[in-house]
Design a protein around this ligand. Structure first.
Ligand code: 7TS
Length: 405
């Protein structure tokens, strides 16, 4: 049985909305996904029934809230097949997760002149934290180049590896090009040189199975809001033996074992990295989002989204003057494009009037835009609730805009 899209769409109340009198066609899923009722209701449910601060009270509600939060951690652990719940750190999102590693790893494992390798296609959140560490810790940043069709090649990464390389940090899937990077190969290669790898899974965790033990990645970062969960929550997975060696990133309550004015000792994993009250409502809602994905089945989701990607690519290529940016055969359901000389912003504004929500601009990947020699693109990114009919309306809409110019 394949996915029943009609039924799935009924789980997402926002999709029935009209925008400017037109049915909403939401194609900005790489920025954030919409939320199913089970996730929305979970948030309401917690605030209505068990709300209390976690890990602190012996009272009944606090116990229930703590159980719910820790249950969510186990759900995440199962979803990415981590070895233990202590390896799952709740953060506020991918950005926060990468900042945690940049700060804590560089502080404890890097000396001036040591090198971090990233790639040309990284989101700013996998560039700027390393630049800040360049200023603080004196590390150098090396950047793997982009091949013609928007791919990163193992040989190019290997060429950058030196005796000073301390970490490779790479996106699993590009939020602009849609390229699925050969992370398994890069991890194997890096491990041959004893170098750990951080995988930015912000754009893969909702589309592809990610098994951290099979991949053998050392760190993995992702956001709940891009996988049908709430905003404000994310995850950093880290191998226990690496996390054990890293100092806390933020300090405050929860992350301590004992505090005196003379000396403070830190809590065990994962709490060492979770200072302050965690988003225990968000974590439980993320747990629901994961269960929603699991109920549909990632294999079916992947098959369906791949079909949408092929359909949209074929239909878009029928438009005269269109240029698709990112043509790797290994792509997730993200399509960046430009049409003739029309500025992406103008096209995006006019499509919005037709109820079509696309992303325009540099997509927080300005160095990638520089490498491509463009200012920005239009981007359509698909989720399992999108349909071929919506793609037809998009293509029709682009046709209308082209005629206007
Ligand atoms: N890494 C990648 C590959 C991303 O696509 C994004 C967000 C992030 C990191 C940061 O995630 P956050 O949840 O911490 O903000 N990407 C996008 C996008 O493509 N459009 O809006 C946000």
């Amino acid at each position: 049985m394949e996915l029943n899209i009609g039924q799935i769409r009924r789980d997402f109340p926002i999709l029935t909305q009209k925008v400017f009198g037109k049915p909403l066609i939401y194609l900005d899923n790489a920025a954030t996904t919409q939320k199913p009722l089970s996730v929305i209701r979970k948030i309401e449910d917690i605030y209505s029934t068990i709300n209390a601060n976690v890990h602190r009270g012996i009272h009944h509600l606090s116990q229930l809230a703590t159980e719910s939060h820790e249950e969510a951690r186990k759900t995440v652990q199962r979803y990415i097949n981590a070895a233990s719940p202590g390896e799952i750190i709740f953060t506020s999102g991918t950005t926060d997760s990468i900042n945690l590693v940049a700060h804590s790893f560089c502080r404890s494992q890097c000396k001036p002149g040591d090198e971090i390798i990233i790639t040309t296609m990284e989101h700013h959140s996998n560039i700027v934290p390393w630049q800040i560490q360049r200023d603080i810790s004196g590390i150098e940043i090396k950047v793997a180049p982009l091949r013609e069709n928007g791919e990163i090649c193992l040989e190019d990464v290997e060429e950058l590896i030196s005796s000073k390389t301390r970490l490779i940090a790479i996106a699993h899937v590009s939020n602009v090009l849609g390229t699925i990077n050969p992370v398994a190969g890069i991890i194997q290669l890096a491990h041959d040189y004893n170098i750990p790898v951080l995988v930015d899974a912000a754009q893969s965790i909702q589309h592809l199975p990610v098994d951290v033990q099979a991949l053998d990645c050392d760190f993995l970062a992702f956001s709940a809001h891009k996988m049908y969960g709430p905003t404000g929550v994310g995850v950093l997975y880290g191998k226990e033996r690496l996390l054990e060696k890293m100092p806390p990133y933020r300090a405050g309550g929860e992350m301590i074992a004992h505090v005196s004015f003379e000396k403070t000792t830190f809590n065990e994993l994962p709490y060492k990295f979770e200072a302050g009250t965690p988003d225990y409502v968000g974590s439980a809602a993320l747990g629901k989002a994961i269960r929603y994905i699991e109920n549909l089945g990632l294999d079916k989701i992947h098959r369906y989204e791949d079909r949408l990607l092929q359909y949209a690519t074929d239909r878009l290529l029928q438009i005269e003057g269109i240029q698709i940016i990112g043509t790797s055969p290994h792509k997730s359901s993200v399509i960046s494009f430009l049409v003739g000389g029309i500025h992406p912003y103008d096209m995006g504004m006019l499509l919005d009037q037709l109820g079509i929500a696309l992303r325009t601009g540099h997509h927080c990947a300005q160095p990638l835009m520089d490498a491509l020699g463009i200012e920005g693109t239009l981007r359509a990114s698909f989720a399992f609730y999108n349909t071929e009919e919506e793609i037809d309306i998009l293509v029709e809409g682009i046709g209308k805009v082209v005629k206007m110019f």
